[in-house]
Write a protein that binds this ligand. Structure first.
Ligand code: SAH
Length: 275
């Protein structure tokens, strides 16, 4: 059985409890050496075999899995963050299907959320952005037609760019083409949650210079949008004048909220949920 496991963004204690258990039980761990924190390998048993996939091809990775399977071993394929984002797991799963080898996936904390935590930011601010676009700039890996950064930027929502730190001049041009003002707040988060994490706040027009000055060209996420600004609406969910399935707006609190917001009491809309 092959266990695909999300390693989390970097900090060793951000792997899930299940992921840590699978690592402890593994006979073979194949880890994505360029990004996974090697300290996670200390969670394995002394007899566990370790392979770094950074220099391996898909065929070699799946071949090693097949060999381990023939020995009755338990294999962990350890991917950075969550394996479902830029993890190239689909091609491994399809190859395992072809060879009749079973597998499952244990999710991980994506660096996307490590970066939000580092910034103390919320991607989905009321009145600012209720959508998050996770994408990348086009480099050696093409981006499908219809997903150009300029077209994504046109939505004006929160943008998170993976794998793009070496392409920031192009990113700036694409954002401009997409109507993003050069003064729009932005940030570069390098090695989110690692001990040497660094956070750079800048604007959509100063991304390239910021990365250049800091000497950063990889292992960073680029975040762009007014969610990094100071203005937003308070949430209805915790508004004293707003009733929902778990809380009734009280008369007293309604008066307080009217006073605070200067608006009429807020209406309950059934589709608004708690999370
Ligand atoms: N599956 C991973 C992403 C792998 S793609 C995840 O969910 O996070 C590799 C890219 O992810 C890097 O080029 C960088 O853009 C980003 N990345 C991975 N770890 C990071 C970290 N700790 N801090 C900032 N960006 C990171």
């Amino acid at each position: 059985m092959i266990r695909f496991v999300g390693a989390g963004p970097g900090a060793v204690d951000l792997v899930t409890v299940r992921g840590a258990r699978l690592l402890a039980q593994a006979d073979l761990v194949i880890y994505a050496g360029s990004l996974v924190n090697p300290e996670l390998l200390e969670l394995t048993s002394p007899t566990c075999s370790i392979m770094d996939s950074a220099s391996m091809t898909l065929e070699e990775v799946v071949g090693a899995m097949e060999d381990a399977e023939a020995k009755g071993w338990s294999t962990v394929r350890l991917h950075t963050g969550d394996p479902a984002l830029y993890g190239a797991i689909r091609e491994q799963m399809d190859e395992l299907d072809r060879r009749g080898i079973s597998y499952d996936v244990t999710p991980g904390v994506s660096s996307l959320f490590g970066a939000a935590a580092a910034l103390g930011a919320e991607f989905t601010l009321p009145g600012v952005s209720q959508s998050l676009v996770v994408t990348r700039a086009e480099g050696r890996t093409p981006v499908p037609a219809g997903e150009s950064l300029a077209s994504m930027a046109k939505h004006g929502c929160t943008l998170a760019l993976f794998l793009s730190t070496g392409l920031l001049s192009k990113v700036e041009a694409d954002l401009k083409e997409g109507g993003v003002d050069a003064s729009t707040p932005a940030a570069i988060v390098y090695k989110a949650t690692w001990p040497d994490q660094r956070v750079f706040r800048c604007t959509a027009g100063t991304l390239a210079k910021t990365a250049r000055d800091a000497g950063i060209s990889k292992t960073a996420l680029v975040l762009v949008g007014r969610f990094l600004g100071s203005e937003y609406d308070r949430s209805l969910l915790y508004h004293p004048g707003f009733s929902h399935g778990f809380r009734l707006a009280g008369e007293g609190s309604r008066a307080a909220s009217d006073q605070a917001s200067g608006s009429a009491a807020l209406r309950h809309t059934p589709e608004m949920g708690a999370s």
